[in-house]
Design a protein around this ligand. Structure first.
Ligand code: GAP
Length: 501
């Protein structure tokens, strides 16, 4: 889609989500809090397909990664140790007059139409002062920036004691660190190995926006990959295919010097110390390639390094895979080198020895961690934006979601040409058989064939089968491909094999 057409793409995708019940605001009948969303029948299947594709690629098909599922609520002690209680904050500005609270970086971005990713609180305050920025609602004076902790707090049991305070996890990662020792023991994994988790995370975002891109409850898919500290460059998985792959690197230096991003191979990025370690480089390429394998246009992806001011408290180096959204280049996922920060913090706070005792060398090892972290909702929204197309002209414009068959919510639609003369019965027979064969299928007999194709294309269904009068005679059906519109006749008993291929 050309750039000018992308301007209203966000509104169109959100409209489609609401119209087809893919995603919609949670508790809409009460409409109290922004930033919470519910997924309808198409949306929940789509999200599950994405999570399953991630799990299959990064857990099931790998020998070096195992999975866990941690609790959503954890004690204050864990979040104090991880640093989230003190440092997991966003810059908040409040209007002196009307009390409106905004995120300082968003306010500066919206007012000055610039990207301020990576700027410190001090720098943001300087920009607000220099440009005399005022409240976006009433033009009142803004109070100085404060920091606002993003965690949701509650108490466990009928108590108000600080010791019983608990927080909904703002990242799934900390449960992996808390469970790390036991998980390594029971899975008998040697370094390097990873622990993966898919689950909910909660952040009391000051200003949730852009639909599910930034919400208050979302799903993360995270891996903590544990490596001996002296083996960060010892990555046998980084073969020539990955080393020779070109990607776009928007380095911290490019951002500081205001120069363009650099296109180079991973081999050059390592040689020039753009990326510090080979394991980090490996995970950058793995994540980038998986995202592309889901059908996202690689020309809209780049790697952006966090600037020194922007790095999280636990990170020595972080790269975001960014996507070019209609509202600019923004983080789709992050890949951080968390060093040994978290395990050391938890060992100190809990008094438990979290080091690995290497019997061969009699060494105590606290591993370093590379962390690929991706939001399932954000990825889903990105896939929708990237797959959205319009065909036809004027009043005949039709929406098509060109989603990859591996993640599309419905794999195949089945239509009888007419409801009468036994066509509906024949079509239902095929529908039931395909579901037995493991396909997510949809049966639709309402309206003209053209309208049914349009409904199916709009839901991103890659294949449609039509049962007509010839089907009753020779047991063949028409199989139509969504993107090419190509149709071919095939025997119905070969459908499962053809669709699988
Ligand atoms: N454990 C590291 C971590 O949580 P993060 O960059 O804060 O790092 C990782 O989050 C990913 O989670 C992001 O790249 C994004 O995909 C997703 N994410 C973060 N905040 C989100 C939000 N408010 N709404 C939706 N997705 C979010």
């Amino acid at each position: 889609m050309a750039n000018e057409k992308r301007v209203d793409l966000t509104a169109k995708v959100i409209n489609l989500c609401q119209r087809r019940g893919i995603i919609f605001p949670s508790c809409e009948i009460y409409a109290v809090h922004a930033g919470f969303f519910d997924y309808g029948p198409l949306g929940v299947q789509f999200k599950r397909n994405i999570e399953n594709a991630w799990w299959n690629r990064f857990v099931v098909s790998r020998e070096d990664v195992v999975g866990i599922e941690g609790a959503l609520l954890s004690p204050r002690t864990l979040w104090k140790a991880s640093g989230h209680l003190d440092s997991f904050t966003d810059p908040l500005v409040e209007c002196k007059k009307c009390g409106l609270r905004s995120r300082a970086d968003h306010l500066v971005e919206d007012a000055l139409k610039i990207n301020v990713d990576g700027l410190s609180v001090k720098h943001l305050q300087q920009m607000i002062d220099k440009h005399k920025l005022a409240c976006p609602k009433c033009k009142g004076t803004l109070l100085p920036i404060r920091t606002f902790n993003l965690m949701f707090k509650t108490h466990v049991g009928a108590t108000a004691d600080e010791a019983d305070e608990a927080f909904l996890r703002p990242e799934t990662a900390q449960l992996i660190f808390a469970d790390y020792k036991l998980t390594q023991f029971v899975s008998r994994k040697q370094f390097p190995f990873g622990i993966a988790q898919v689950g909910k995370a909660f952040r009391n975002e000051i200003a949730p926006r852009n639909f599910v891109f930034r919400c208050r409850e979302f799903t993360q898919m995270e891996i903590e990959y544990f490596i001996r500290p002296n083996k960060l460059d010892d990555c046998l998985l980084l073969g020539a295919d990955l080393l020779d792959q070109e990607m776009v690197f928007f380095t911290a230096a490019c951002q500081e010097n205001k120069t363009d991003a650099l296109r180079m191979t991973l081999r050059d990025a390592l040689a020039k110390r753009v990326v510090a370690t080979r394991w980090h480089a490996y995970w950058l390429a793995e994540c980038f390639n998986w995202i592309v394998s889901l059908g996202i246009n690689p020309a809209r992806l780049r790697l952006r390094q966090h600037t020194r001011d922007e790095l999280s408290h636990y990170s020595s180096e972080t790269w975001d895979v960014e996507y070019e959204y209609p509202w600019g280049w923004k983080e789709l996922m992050g890949i951080a080198n968390r060093t040994d920060f978290d395990l050391k913090q938890h060992a100190k706070a809990s008094g438990k020895d979290l080091a690995f005792h290497d019997q061969a060398t009699n060494e105590k090892i606290v591993p370093y961690v590379i962390e690929p972290s991706l939001g399932a909702d954000r990825l889903l929204f990105t896939l929708l934006m990237d797959a959205y197309r319009e065909t036809g002209e004027g009043t005949d414009v039709k929406t098509v979601l060109s989603l990859s068959p591996q993640i599309a919510p419905v794999f195949v639609s089945i239509f009888p040409l007419m409801k009468k003369d036994g066509l509906a019965e024949k079509a239902r027979e095929i529908f039931n058989q395909l579901r037995k064969d493991g396909f997510v299928a949809d049966y639709d007999e309402g309206g003209s064939i053209g309208r049914r194709y349009a409904r199916s294309d709009e839901a991103g269904t890659p294949f449609a089968i039509t049962v007509d009068y010839d089907s009753l005679k020779d047991n063949t059906v028409t199989l139509r491909e969504r993107d090419s519109g190509k149709q071919r006749r095939i025997p119905s008993n070969e459908l499962a094999a053809v669709l699988r291929a």
